[in-house]
Design a binder for this molecule. Structure first.
Ligand SMILES: CC(C)(COP(=O)(O)OP(=O)(O)OC[C@H]1O[C@@H](n2cnc3c(N)ncnc32)[C@H](O)[C@@H]1OP(=O)(O)O)[C@@H](O)C(=O)NCCC(=O)NCCS
Length: 162
């Protein structure tokens, strides 16, 4: 396992930028491919408007020119804490280090603004996401029983010291 502050270089040619309203269609598409109970377009739109919320996109130049969006992360910065609410990598871009790079970018943004802790909740059954968070140095600190009302699934609470 890597040390918590030990970030790897992001994959070559991948860039990060904040989401804009015109990215909504693509983000909704990635969200729908990633989750059985995806966030709605409305929810994503509201998230874009919150001053405390950041949605970062991982992008890359598309084969025929233009920009392709490979994944996104939603996080809140409140006091000294980065709270990760949502992350997804497009199906065709999985296992290329995009999820890791997005998590690292959120942690870096938090550190630059004085955050000392990152927190998140993850479904107990979400093995790929839990593997990613453990690889980044997150540790499990608790369980919220039946946190996900849709299926009565427990949330694992994880934290990382920044
Ligand atoms: C979880 C998710 C964001 C990971 O994105 P990704 O870009 O494929 O992840 P990365 O390529 O950066 O993987 C980094 C590490 O995480 C772990 N990991 C990622 N996906 C994994 C999988 N399917 N199985 C086991 N380990 C996995 C591995 O340790 C991996 O390192 P490695 O490829 O060198 O073995 C992606 O699977 C996804 O979008 N899932 C659907 C949405 C979701 O569940 N989001 C999390 C909500 S809490």
């Amino acid at each position: 396992m890597r040390e918590p502050a030990d970030t790897l270089a992001p994959p070559p040619n991948v860039r990060f930028r904040r989401m804009r309203p015109e990215d909504l269609d693509r983000v909704v598409e990635i969200e729908k491919d990633g989750f059985r109970h995806p966030w709605s377009r409305d929810l994503l739109e509201r998230e874009l408007a919150h001053a405390w919320s950041t949605i970062l996109l991982a992008t890359e130049e598309a084969a025929g020119g233009g920009e392709g969006v490979l994944g996104f992360i939603v996080f809140w910065l409140v006091h000294d804490e980065v709270h990760v609410l949502n992350i997804a990598t497009a199906l065709e871009a999985r296992r290329r280090g995009i999820g890791r790079a997005l998590m690292d970018a959120a942690a870096d943004a938090g550190r630059r603004r004085g955050a000392t802790l990152a927190t998140l909740e993850v479904r107990r059954s979400n093995a790929p996401a839990i593997a990613l968070y453990l690889d980044l140095g997150y540790r499990q600190v608790g369980v919220r029983p039946n946190y996900y009302a849709d299926e009565g699934e427990d949330a694992i609470v994880m934290v990382l010291d920044l």
